[in-house]
Design a protein around this ligand. Structure first.
Ligand code: MTE
Length: 337
């Protein structure tokens, strides 16, 4: 008999999601052949919130492919989740403009299929994946994770994807690899923010990110290819993006074309731009403020409008301390922000 011990974060979802929705969701995911695991969702996570979606933004065409034959298993009635339209229309993707509503509009025609992502560097078996491989080579599962932006807002998002370590193991990493570097597509013809410094916020492109190898191999670190039961929308980083739930959102790099193992700490986009404000680690930490604002609390983006919004406390490591705090044992988290 095989006994699977479920991690803490997968136990708690049914404590936060209404039971009927939880079961309905499980049934549908089972039909899709997608494993569903959860995360600890705070009980006050469905408070509030925010309504910034203009009617014009909602008129855009939806090109996303259902990752199933049936409608998404998660509807906006799931109280503790951020509604899908807000996940789709309140974005940071500077390649398509610096304000929150631009990516959904400017990325609408972004070509994500065909796609090629290469895994190389200090590995014995470098390889590339094309668009279809992303959906066929790894077993997809749904994970509801918190996303905490360094700007002090947060969402709860039902991602679909697999652990990054599945990709890394396939490449057979060498012992001397200490870091993993990630790179977003560089294509100024398609990404207007890369062609214009004014539109792209003065960032040096391509957008790059990095993790220590133990962070990259942690089972919570995810490559996402979908959300809310469908493939990713371009503005969310289609066709594949990183999701590191215990770190500020800027670590979760979108539309990745290269994953490179190295023995040097790689440069990261926001650190390059303002090293005193955005560190390499970027672990969510209520006790370490951004130089210009407090990180002690956050605005949860849920149902409702801006006038009913209320703040919730920021959690250490964004609520995943039990899983990841050991990675940073003995480290000064104020210095290594
Ligand atoms: N990746 C790229 N390539 N370009 C970006 O501008 N923004 C980051 C991250 N990944 C960004 C990126 C930031 S600041 C955040 S908070 C998240 O994406 C936002 O993800 P979302 O728009 O899907 O919520």
């Amino acid at each position: 008999m095989q006994i699977k011990i479920r991690p803490r974060w997968s136990l708690l979802e049914n404590q936060a999601t209404p039971e009927s929705v939880y079961h309905q969701r499980r049934d549908i995911l089972k039909k899709l052949g997608i494993a569903a695991v959860g995360l600890p969702l705070s009980t006050n996570a469905h408070a509030g919130l925010f309504d910034f979606i203009s009617s014009s933004q909602q008129e855009s065409v939806d090109h996303r492919r259902q990752l199933s034959g049936s409608p998404s298993s998660l509807s906006n009635s799931t109280l503790s989740l951020t509604p899908e339209d807000k996940v789709l229309h309140y974005n940071n993707f500077y390649e398509f403009g610096t304000d929150k509503s631009s990516p959904a509009i400017r990325a609408e025609k972004f070509i994500t299929d065909p796609w090629k992502v290469t895994i190389d560097g200090m590995v014995n078996k470098p390889f590339s994946l094309d668009y279809d491989d992303l959906f066929n080579q790894f077993s997809l599962e749904e994970r509801i994770y918190r996303l905490r932006c360094v700007e002090a807002w947060s969402m709860n998002i039902p991602w679909i994807g697999f652990s990054l370590r599945d990709i890394i193991k396939k490449a057979d990493p060498q012992q001397r690899a200490k870091y993993v570097a990630f790179e977003t597509l560089y294509d100024p013809k398609q990404m207007p923010g890369q062609a214009s410094s004014r539109l792209g916020g003065g960032i040096e492109y391509p957008y790059v990110e990095g993790l220590r190898i133990d962070e990259a191999m942690h089972p919570l670190t995810m490559i996402s290819v979908g959300l809310y039961g469908k493939t990713l929308a371009p503005q969310n980083g289609a066709p594949l993006r990183l999701v590191v739930p215990w770190k500020y959102g800027f670590k979760s790099i979108k539309s990745i074309v290269r994953i490179h193992l190295t023995d040097q700490q790689p440069p990261t986009t926001w650190n390059r731009l303002a090293a005193s404000e955005y560190g390499f680690y970027a672990n969510v930490n209520p006790n370490v403020d951004h130089p210009r604002w407090s990180q002690a609390s956050e605005r949860f983006i849920g149902q409702g409008n801006i006038f009913s919004s209320r703040r919730q406390p920021t959690l250490m490591f964004n609520g995943y301390a039990e899983e990841v705090a050991s990675l940073y044992q003995g480290m000064d988290l104020k210095r290594n922000y």
